[in-house]
Design a protein around this ligand. Structure first.
Ligand code: MOS
Length: 695
């Protein structure tokens, strides 16, 4: 008998949970309603800075269905006592407008909402400062930037090199605050049982939520279970618990009943994080042929008074291009604003807008083709660390993209192609994202009858994690896909890192491979006999990851855009977008393409639409819903394609894959801005590229 080894990796497998989702059988956090559950609705601060002096709790207690009203004075105290996010209701201080300062708990959601609307809160207001500007007196250098990188780096003498460089580009780029809006708003259901706590939460990491909630409430982590089998998107906004999670747990403690909290779309703009605005000065010094001698990238961004989030916007500049003299800096200012957080490709997305716009300006200044300019500045090793790259596919992506897009023979002159009212132009930008892998555990179990169950506390946030882990397990076990069931999204499952930093598949997948290998060995030792109770094996990748060789590991890509700009209205359209990526092995072309195209679409949004507008007088974001905060719709996305070049990299993980969740958004906005320059001759250095900037 010939046994053909099944090979599911690399095949465009349909989502194993697709049917459950479209049939409504997949249960999301808010759809859990434990017996006797009640509802908490928060009240948001109407001042941007000050103190809560009084909340008229008694007045709402007589409202229909109301069980309790909670604020600083009567809320249970947290173990940490922190006056910091997400330690909600632990202080009278108001750190930003929209902060949760009270909550009403009632028998129904409508009753809680109505009473919360009428709850009277008194404040003493203080003057606030919500305006990020270069030269702000409060600017400081953070101890590090995410995820633990140095805030500043310096190599050689960039100032001297810039002073003597034949060609210099010295420009400042700005990106606005942006809010991620996953389809499923944040929601939490909290249920106490003595000292034990169960939380149904919409989260990108059940263990991360478990550990932070345990610490805030002074519980052993094992007392807290976080359940989150299905999540309707996160984009970074669900990586760590925001105030609503703590509020649900506090409220459940206060009333001694399970409590449900649904964050509204409006509230999300204040309480679930956003991408910091940035002001970025980039200086490039080059020889006349475009070869770089110096690169500097100085970033100014904001954080809040209740948390430090230091976005690593200049981090990609440390590794993209060769240049002997270079420096990067990050400066923050604490404003009376909500704390920024991770938003899809934090750092790389805004940082590469600046660097890749500046590279386009250098190409124009030197009269060198923008693709050729990047090829000329390809480094042999990682420029700042000197480490060898495990693989670096930038050149391959640029070449393949140029070929597919029809780049060759492009007339570089800006503002010269007009047909009727439309100017047309094309632009290119590079893309990159780090390759990260963290420790994970997994268990695999063989059952009589030839089926398998694999358990790992991975997060399925809509990316296809459950599907790719099923493929990985099936291939390792030599089993058909239908014989393998993968359980994810529960902190009762083996320890696993977050669905963040594009590291999920690599981290969880390594543990799944090792657990399945161990199970196979165990089964072979038993001659294939599976007793009624089944056979189990487990793996922990801690040692394997600690022992991995030192390499610079990054994914790369090239983004090509074609735009039209209406000469009369200034409207920019993107008839064509092509992304070419070098990401190791693509494990599932169907779900991978969806990640790339989704990221690129978000990049198109970033280029043309996304902007959270701050009301400096009242101190909050004005356009706090999807009617006013614009994101690309289907009609905005025309011919968009994502492809990849083959990449063999033995230094990654057993699957040979790189993360793909974030790289799609990186570089897209620069490619579009560069195409707008090519179309019109107008260089827009502050996103988004709205009509007013082109007329
Ligand atoms: Mo991503 S911003 O690491 O969810």
């Amino acid at each position: 008998m010939t046994v053909t080894r099944p090979c599911h990796l690399g095949a465009p497998i349909e989502r194993v949970d697709g049917l459950a989702k479209v049939r409504g059988e997949a249960r999301y956090a808010y759809e859990n309603t434990p017996d006797s559950a009640v509802y908490a609705v928060p009240v948001q601060a109407t001042v941007a800075r000050g103190e809560v002096t009084r909340v008229d709790v008694d007045a709402v207690l007589s409202s229909p269905g109301v069980i309790a009203a909670m604020w600083y004075a009567n809320a249970p105290r947290l173990a940490t006592g922190e006056d910091a996010e997400p330690a909600v209701l632990q202080s009278r201080r108001v750190a930003y407008r929209g902060q949760y300062v009270a909550a009403v708990i009632a028998a129904t959601y409508e009753q809680a909402r109505e009473a919360a609307r009428t709850l009277h809160v008194e404040y003493t207001a203080e003057p606030h400062d919500v305006g990020l500007r270069d030269g702000h007196p409060g600017l400081y250098r953070p101890g590090s930037v995410n995820p633990g990188l140095p805030a500043d780096t310096l190599k050689g003498d960039p100032e001297a090199a810039l002073a003597s460089a034949p060609v210099v580009v010295d420009e400042t780029y700005r990106t606005p605050a942006e809010h991620h809006n996953p389809m499923e708003p944040h929601a939490t259901v909290a249920l106490w049982d003595g000292d034990g706590l169960t939380i149904y939460d919409s989260t990108q990491g059940t263990y991360a939520t478990r550990d932070q909630i345990a610490s805030l409430f002074g519980l052993p982590p094992g007392n807290v279970r976080v359940v989150s089998p299905y999540v309707g998107g996160g984009f970074g906004s669900k990586l760590s618990p925001h105030p609503h999670v703590v509020l649900a747990v506090l409220a459940a403690k206060q009333v001694g009943r399970p409590v449900k909290v649904a964050v509204t779309r409006h509230e999300m703009f204040a309480v679930t994080g956003y991408r910091t605005p940035t002001i970025q000065r980039v200086r490039l010094g080059a020889e006349r042929d475009g070869r770089l001698v110096a690169i500097t990238h100085d970033v100014v961004e904001q954080t809040s008074t209740v948390g430090e989030f230091a976005e690593q916007a200049a981090a990609p500049t440390r590794l993209m291009y060769a240049a002997p003299h270079r420096s990067t800096t990050h400066r923050l200012v604490r404003l009376d604003v909500p704390t920024p957080t991770w938003m899809r490709a934090p750092g790389e997305a805004p940082g590469m807008f600046a660097l890749e716009s500046a590279m386009d300006e250098l190409a124009a200044a030197c009269g060198v083709d923008p693709v050729e300019l990047r090829l000329r500045n390809e480094p042999a090793t990682e420029p700042e660390s000197g480490l060898p790259f495990s693989s670096r596919g930038l050149v391959a992506c640029l070449r393949e993209g140029a070929r597919r897009f029809g780049w060759h023979g492009r007339d570089p002159r800006p503002g010269t192609r007009r047909s009727g009212r439309l100017y047309t132009g094309t632009g290119v930008a590079s893309s990159t994202y780090p390759v990260i892998r963290r420790r994970s555990r997994a268990e695999a179990r063989a059952e009589p009858g030839g089926t398998f169950t694999v358990r790992v506390a991975a997060a399925e946030i809509g990316t296809g994690a459950r599907t790719v882990l099923t493929q990985i397990a099936a291939d390792t076990l030599g089993a058909p896909l239908t014989a393998v069931r993968v359980e994810v999204g529960d902190s009762a499952l083996p320890l696993a890192p977050l669905a963040g930093g594009s590291m999920g598949t690599a981290s969880w997948g390594t543990a799944v491979v090792r657990a399945c290998e161990a199970l196979k060995e165990e089964l072979e030792a038993r001659g294939g006999e599976v007793p009624p109770q089944g056979v189990e094996a487990a793996a922990d990748t801690g040692e394997e990851i600690r022992a991995q060789e030192k390499y610079a590991r990054h994914a790369f890509g090239a983004q090509f855009a074609e735009v039209t700009v209406d000469a009369d209205t200034g409207e920019t359209r993107v008839p064509r977008l092509l992304g070419v990526f070098a990401v190791g092995h693509v494990l599932n072309p169907r779900t991978a393409r969806s990640q790339f195209v989704g990221g690129m679409t978000m990049g198109l949004s970033m280029a043309l639409m996304e902007e959270s507008v701050l009301d400096t007088e009242f101190g909050d974001y004005l356009n706090n819903d999807l009617a006013q905060y614009h994101i690309a719709s289907c009609a905005d996305v025309r011919d968009i394609d994502a492809v990849w070049v083959d990449e063999e990299d033995p230094h990654l993980n057993p699957m040979g894959s790189k993360g793909i969740g974030e790289i799609g958004i990186v570089g897209t906005a620069a490619a579009i801005a560069n195409a707008v320059y090519h179309a019109t001759g107008v260089r827009v250095r502050d996103l988004p590229i709205t009509l007013d900037k082109l007329i």
